[in-house]
Design a binder for this molecule. Structure first.
Ligand code: C2E
Ligand code: MG
Ligand code: MG
Ligand code: MG
Length: 288
């Protein structure tokens, strides 16, 4: 009897596994068609100077509007896209669309586009970026690319080679999620990054934990001595921003400064972009 129960349990477990695998497979297939079906969208999140509050740039964040599941977060679909290779097509679409949109703005702000390690492994990335810049007319100085430590670790010599090629175009490179990988310091030694993006896990702790604050200080000191500006990710409160100001951080990004927004809304203040509640701030005359 016990044996039969175990048998049933295993069966149940396996069918659940199948279900998860099937769901992933379906998502991967849907994702493959997402670009041509126009289901992908770019959101932009502002990056500001800590001292002046001036806008430095906008990070480009991909969104997938799935017809059945609604908005699938990138933390779910990017890994699936990387596994299935679709990230090459999606990554190219993100780059081209972001460059085209930014080129049409009447302000000269930079855009920061995330790159996957897979994009470094396969395509002739520098050549692709070069042709997209020519095609869209975006000045290379307005494009920043964000990579993570995992990209460097995947194939160090090749990645460094491609990064140097990209730099030659006049495009800048930021190291993303800094401080969470296995070899953050080694990463900084291997390439002269243009920006360090301190992972948001440090911000969420900085008010309560002296350890987190010590690490924030240390990274800021490192940035100063290497002459690399530091941007703090995940700033959600004014108090966190004040700490960053006191500690001499260069730039900040986070919900407190602005949420990621669709391209049509990025130049509007946050409250006006919200639902009806914010309309009283927008200066529009309310309907009678
Ligand atoms: P990331 O590059 O580190 O992007 C920052 C993430 O933090 C975004 O999540 C953003 O919405 C979120 N965030 C910003 N401010 C705050 C805050 O104050 N508090 C909290 N809790 N979160 C904040 P998102 O948009 O879900 O993207 C997640 C990750 O997916 C990104 O992390 C990036 O690694 C990846 N990703 C997004 N778009 C792309 C893309 O086009 N290509 C590639 N390869 N990866 C992408
Ligand atoms: Mg990023
Ligand atoms: Mg990040
Ligand atoms: Mg991240």
């Amino acid at each position: 009897r016990a044996k039969a129960d175990i048998g049933r349990a295993v069966c149940f477990y396996e069918s659940r596994m199948d279900e998860a695998a099937r769901a992933r497979h379906t998502l991967a297939q849907d994702l493959h068609r997402a670009v041509e079906l126009d289901q992908l969208e770019l959101h932009y999140q502002v990056q500001t100077s800590v001292i002046s509050g001036e806008i430095c740039g906008y990070e480009v964040l991909a969104r997938w509007n799935h017809p059945e599941y609604g908005q699938v977060p990138p933390s779910e679909f990017i890994p699936i896209a990387e596994e299935s290779g679709t990230i090459l097509m999606i990554g190219e679409w993100v780059l081209r669309t972001a460059c085209r949109q930014a080129a049409s703005w009447d302000r000269p702000n930079k855009i920061a586009v995330n790159l996957s390690p897979v994009q470094f492994a396969h395509a002739d990335l520098a050549k692709l970026i070069h042709s997209i810049l020519l095609e869209t007319g975006l000045s290379p100085a307005r494009l920043e690319l964000e990579i993570t430590e995992s990209t460097i670790i995947a194939d160090k010599s090749r990645t460094l080679h491609v990064l140097r090629q990209i730099r030659t175009l006049g495009v800048t490179i930021a190291i993303d999620d800094f401080g969470t990988g296995y070899s953050s310091l080694e990463t900084l030694r291997s390439f002269p990054f243009d920006k360090i993006k301190l992972d948001r896990s440090f911000m969420s702790e900085v008010e309560r934990s002296i350890q987190a604050k010590a690490i924030v200080r240390a990274v800021l000191a490192l940035g100063k001595s290497l002459e690399i500006p530091v941007l703090a990710e995940g700033v959600e409160t004014n108090h966190q921003l004040e700490i960053l100001r006191t500690e001499g951080c260069d730039e900040a990004q986070g919900f407190f400064l602005g949420r990621p927004k669709p391209v049509g809304q990025i130049f509007q203040p946050d409250h006006a972009a919200d639902d009806g509640l914010g309309s009283s701030f927008s200066g529009r005359i309310p309907p009678v």
